[in-house]
Design a protein around this ligand. Structure first.
Ligand code: C2E
Ligand code: MG
Ligand code: MG
Ligand code: MG
Length: 288
C-alpha cells in the first residue's frame, strides 16, 4: 500500500515536472522569437533631484511587448534570458532603442541602464555599449550603468574589470538595490562608484520603521562621506519624499513621480511637468 502511494506520488511528480518543462520550453522558444522580432522595448522611469524636485534623468527598464500577452515586466523574462544566454542580445536591443529615444530629450537628462552579472563574461560588453553610445550620439558622461550587490559578490573579478573599463569610457557607475544584500560597506570603497541606490524595501514607508530609518540615514551619511550620490528607490508617498529630503538624500525615484513609461509618454511627461524643452534642437557638439 505504502509502495503504491509512493509510486503515485512519483507519477504525480513526473506529471508536474513534465508540465513545468513544457511550459518552460515554450517560454524559451517564445523568447528567442521575441528577440528576433525585437519585441523588447525600453520603458523609462524618472529620477528626481529631491532638493528642487526636477527631473534628473531616467532609468531604462526593459518591457516585453508581447503580441498576445501585452506588456510583460522583467520578472517574466530576465531570468530565462540569462539562463539561455540571450540577456546580452536582449540588453543590446533595449539599449539601442533607449539611446535613440533619449538623444532627442533635453541635453541635461541622464540615462541609467541595468546590467546582469551574466553579461560580465562577455568580452565585448563594454566595447559594444561604447559603440552604441557613439553611434546614437548619446554622450557617455550622461550615461550610467547599474549593478546589484549580488552581481558584484558572485563575479567580483569580472565585475571589477567591467567597471574599470566603463569608467575609462567616462560612463558613471551605480550600485543598485543597496542595503538588502550581504555585501559589506567596504564594497562601496573597493570600486569607483558614483552613486548608491537605496533599495525600496528600506525606502517605501521607511520612516515608520525606526530600524529601517536608521539604516537609510546611515547609508545617506556614508554616501556623503564617500562623495557618492545617494538615490532612494521606491518613493511612493509625499511622506517618504519629505523624510528623504530632510535627511539629505540627493535623488529619488518611485511611483510618487511616475512608473516606468514608454518613450512617447516621456515627452508628454516632461512637458506636463514644465521641464525644459523636449525635442528642441540639440547642439551638434557636446560641451565638456
Ligand atoms: P531595478 O533596477 O531595481 O529597478 C527598479 C524596479 O522597481 C523596477 O521594476 C521599477 O518599476 C520598480 N519600482 C520603481 N519605483 C517603485 C515604487 O515606488 N514602488 C514599487 N513597488 N516599485 C517601484 P521592474 O521594471 O519590474 O524591474 C525589475 C528589475 O529587473 C530591475 O530592478 C532590474 O534589476 C531588472 N531589469 C529591468 N530592466 C532590465 C534590463 O534592461 N536589463 C537587465 N539586465 N535587467 C533589467
Ligand atoms: Mg536598477
Ligand atoms: Mg534597484
Ligand atoms: Mg530592485
Amino acid at each position: 500500500r505504502a509502495k503504491r502511494d509512493g509510486r503515485n506520488r512519483i507519477a504525480h511528480f513526473d506529471e508536474a515536472l513534465g508540465e513545468h518543462l513544457r511550459i518552460r520550453a515554450g517560454l524559451e522558444a517564445d523568447l528567442r522569437r521575441a528577440i528576433r522580432e525585437k519585441e523588447f522595448h525600453p520603458h523609462f522611469q524618472p529620477m528626481v533631484t529631491l532638493a528642487d524636485n526636477r527631473i534628473r534623468g531616467f532609468e531604462v527598464l526593459a518591457r516585453w511587448h508581447h503580441p498576445r500577452q501585452g506588456v510583460l515586466p522583467p520578472s517574466e523574462f530576465i531570468d530565462i534570458a540569462e539562463d539561455i544566454g540571450l540577456i546580452g542580445q536582449l540588453g543590446s536591443v533595449v539599449l539601442g532603442k533607449a539611446c535613440l529615444a533619449a538623444r532627442d530629450w533635453d541635453p541635461s537628462l541622464t540615462l541609467s541602464f541595468n546590467l546582469s552579472p551574466v553579461q560580465f563574461k562577455d568580452r565585448n560588453l563594454v566595447r559594444s555599449i561604447a559603440k552604441t553610445l557613439q553611434e546614437t550620439g548619446f554622450p557617455p558622461e550622461r550615461f550610467e550603468v547599474e549593478f546589484t550587490e549580488g552581481a558584484l559578490i558572485h563575479e567580483f573579478q569580472a565585475a571589477t574589470k567591467v567597471i574599470n573599463a566603463l569608467k575609462a569610457e567616462k560612463i558613471k557607475i551605480a550600485l543598485d538595490d543597496f542595503g538588502t544584500g550581504y555585501s559589506s560597506l567596504t564594497t562601496l570603497r573597493q570600486l569607483p562608484f558614483d552613486k548608491v541606490k537605496i533599495d525600496r524595501s528600506l525606502v517605501t514607508n521607511g520612516r515608520q520603521d525606526t530600524e529601517n530609518a536608521k539604516i537609510v540615514l546611515g547609508i545617506v551619511n556614508l554616501a556623503q562621506t564617500l562623495g557618492l550620490i545617494a538615490t532612494a528607490e521606491g518613493i511612493e508617498t509625499q511622506d517618504d519624499e519629505v523624510w528623504l529630503r530632510s535627511i539629505g538624500c540627493e535623488q529619488g525615484q518611485g511611483f510618487l513621480y511616475a512608473k516606468a513609461m514608454s518613450c512617447e509618454d516621456v515627452s508628454w511627461f516632461l512637458e506636463l511637468r514644465g521641464e525644459t524643452d523636449v525635442g528642441a534642437s540639440m547642439p551638434m557638439t557636446w560641451p565638456g
